[in-house]
Design a protein around this ligand. Structure first.
Ligand code: NAX
Length: 324
């Protein structure tokens, strides 16, 4: 079988360390699909990348046909079918959000150009590195020959957090919960929406107290990332890698009947959200392409939340305007 080329940036980082071995073991594309890993990191991480490449070979994975390690984005993206853009500059001490945006904007502009030159023409590209939504927008704008629908930014971790929390509250298995949505930015303004969610086929908000939803559930999901940093001293890596795998699996294999997932995609004006920002929406996937779920009722409570996170994304867009 022809191997699938999977490119991963930030390959020497923590999320990638949880991601790469699962991809090589068949956790992404199944037990019959060979893969070639094409790993990118910056030059100073060259030795670490070499070590990871040796470790991957030391596993003797039957599905792993080759491992390429490089600090050249064109080489990493050459012919890639699936791309995980994990690499990003972390927020340093005293660094304002605006400075982080600028530092990463430059990286994603360059990588957008390299993707445009190098990837397979029907590649799917998932942005994981923060700030994800705006990084994805920059990459899209710098890759004019690719379809913007080939890009998505990851809010699947937020989605999974919401799913797990609701299931726990209702004391049901996660498989009994459906139609969770994360709207907007992968930040504390995101809106975890339970108005359309179902628990065992029943409206979720008939199963939980509205006060719990507004005063506990929403802030817990919005701030879970910070909570993990407080506890572990570093950001989520295992759960982020798992979410990245699940996002890509949904994109490749589709969503199960009647359910949807959250993906941050280029807004087409659905739900009155400003076009030309990358905004997390409920989507279904069939035949390798996503479709925004388009018939949900948005009440006043939801509208206010949708607008608040939209406003933040518009501000982020202004901050990187020069690169779009
Ligand atoms: P690490 O700091 O462990 O790894 C990042 C790696 O990226 C490093 O090896 C670094 O050298 C590399 N890198 C930096 N600039 C690069 C460039 N120009 N090209 C290629 N590689 C480059 O971070 P890690 O914990 O792996 O997190 C990676 C990113 O994911 C961060 O931006 C982080 O904020 C983000 N996250 C996103 C989440 C999401 O839900 N979307 C959740 C987890 C995480 O916070």
């Amino acid at each position: 079988m022809t191997p699938v080329r999977v490119a991963v940036t930030g390959a020497a980082g923590r999320i990638s360390y949880s991601l790469l071995f699962r991809i090589a073991a068949g956790g992404l594309l199944g037990p019959d699909q060979p893969v070639i890993l094409q790993l990118l990191d910056i030059e100073p991480m060259g030795k670490v990348l070499q070590g990871i490449s040796l470790e991957l070979r030391d596993c003797a994975f039957p599905l792993l046909e080759d491992v390429v390690v490089t600090h050249d984005a064109d080489e990493a993206f050459a012919g890639a079918d699936l791309v995980f853009l994990v690499g990003a500059r972390p927020r340093g001490p005293g660094m304002a959000r605006k400075d982080l945006l600028q530092a990463n904007a430059g990286i994603f502009a360059e990588q957008g150009k390299a993707l445009n030159r190098a990837v397979s023409k029907d590649a799917r590209i998932l942005v994981v590195g923060n700030p994800v939504n705006t990084n994805a927008l920059i990459a899209i704008k710098n890759a004019p020959d690719l379809d913007p629908r080939q890009f998505a930014a990851m809010t699947r971790l937020d989605h999974n957090r919401a799913l797990s929390l609701l299931a726990e509250k209702c004391r049901v298995p996660v498989t009994d919960v459906r139609r969770i949505t994360i709207w907007g930015n992968h930040s504390a303004t995101q809106f975890p929406d339970l108005f359309h969610a179902q628990v065992q086929g029943q409206a979720a908000l008939e199963r939980v107290d509205r006060g719990w939803y507004e005063n506990e559930f929403i802030p817990v999901v919005q701030h879970r990332g910070e909570n993990i940093i407080e506890l572990e001293g570093q950001s989520s890596a295992g759960s982020a890698a798992h979410a990245a795998i699940e996002h890509m699996r949904s994109w490749v294999f589709g969503t199960p009947g009647g359910d949807w997932v959250s993906m941050a995609v280029l807004s087409d004006g659905s739900y009155g959200i400003c076009e030309d920002i990358v905004y997390s929406m409920p989507v279904t996937v069939a035949g390798g392409a996503f479709k925004i779920v388009d018939d949900l009722e948005i009440n006043d409570f939801c509208r206010e939340k949708l607008t608040e996170t939209e406003r933040e994304l518009l501000q982020e867009r202004e901050a990187v305007r020069a690169l779009l």
